[in-house]
Design a protein around this ligand. Structure first.
Ligand SMILES: Cc1ncc(COP(=O)(O)O)c(C=O)c1O
Length: 329
């Protein structure tokens, strides 16, 4: 087991411009010194895993579920994390304290570690750990109320047989290249208004079933009932998705099922929303199809801004996130 030597945070002596203090392999370092070795396979091959986690009122939202997912993903990749889940949680708490975070975001990264230039992951004797606790810029209230315009990506989701999207690996190129479709379209159309900008896509699998966004899960609502794709279509099993499905929906009396669906169900929905640690819950007001050459070929209006069920779910989410009992389970 790696010894996680501790350097006391110098929260008062580090210049504001050199913050946050970042945990890197046992040391708490100012931002400018928080670096990893160029022989780390996390850099050379995207060989590693990560978590994005919210801090609300100083508590680590759904900490246990994030730890379960992190250690589950590590197992899938034969990656041995050199600290226990409890020790990892302690690392996160140290980062929160060192940076005086009340409401913020944690990026936890486990890399394969330093090795040779070859692909073999087992040349890397010890996994690396990086923990960044910082602020996160949210969408504005207006953006949540207006809902997003999203683009139907041409690029399909990596099939499970190639690399299971349930593994939250450091290789996000499939998602990034899909997202770039939206960004390029937005640029080609010269969109400048934040609420109209195209920054998110809906990805289909190779069978044409709806999977998720580039960094969020998707829900559709029809006739008051919610649907979200099951993990078999190829998605990350989001913790916000689970919270919505297993906790918020029952609290508010909504039926929510995991079921496969295609484009017609998406476009015919009364409401559509995305969920993710960073975005929380955000409505989709319009779905756009494009030709890959900077033109919209079809536009499908879903709703006028945020629909009533999405609004109720988001309100409940915010109530819990800003309440006295932020769940760490
Ligand atoms: C591809 C993908 N899907 C879904 C999600 C949402 O997951 P969570 O709610 O755990 O943040 C994320 C967030 O990181 C993601 O990257």
């Amino acid at each position: 087991m790696m010894t996680q030597t501790s350097t006391q945070p110098r929260s008062t002596s580090t210049a504001a411009s050199d913050r946050p203090l970042v945990y890197v392999n046992g040391r708490m370092l100012p931002k400018s010194q928080a670096t990893v070795n160029v022989f780390d396979h996390g850099l050379l091959y995207g060989d590693g895993i990560f978590e994005g986690i919210r801090v609300y009122r100083g508590k680590i939202f759904k900490c246990r579920q994030h730890m379960d997912r992190l250690y589950g993903c590590a197992k899938q990749l034969f990656l041995e994390i050199p600290v226990t889940p409890d020790e990892m949680t302690e690392i996160m708490r140290r980062c929160i304290a060192a940076n005086e975070i009340i409401d913020g975001y944690i990026r936890l990264v486990v890399t394969r570690g330093e090795g040779t230039l070859g692909l073999n992951p087992f040349t890397c004797p010890q996994a690396g750990i990086v923990c960044i606790a910082d602020q996160i810029s949210l969408f504005t209230r207006e953006q949540y109320e207006a809902g997003m315009r999203v683009v139907l990506a041409h690029r399909p989701k990596t099939p499970i047989a190639c690399l299971d999207p349930r593994v939250k690996s450091l290789n996000y190129l499939n998602n990034i290249m899909a997202k770039v479709e939206a960004i390029h379209l937005s640029q080609a159309l010269g969109i400048t208004e934040a609420k109209d900008k195209l920054i998110e896509v809906i990805m289909l699998n190779t069978e044409g079933r709806v999977t998720e966004g580039s960094g969020d899960n998707i829900f559709i609502i029809k006739g008051g009932k919610l649907l979200t794709p099951p993990s078999e279509v190829g998605i990350l099993e989001g913790i916000t998705r689970r919270f919505v499905k297993n906790e918020l929906c029952p609290m508010l009396g909504y039926q929510c099922q995991e079921r496969e669906f295609g484009i017609a169900d998406l476009l015919g929905a009364d409401e559509v929303f995305l969920t993710g640690t960073a975005a929380e819950i955000i409505a989709v007001r319009e779905v756009l199809e494009h030709d890959g050459k900077g033109h919209i070929t079809k536009s499908h209006k879903i709703s006028d801004g945020e629909g009533p069920i999405t609004h109720a779910l988001r309100k409940k989410f915010r109530q819990i996130a800003t309440g006295d009992a932020v769940p760490e389970d």
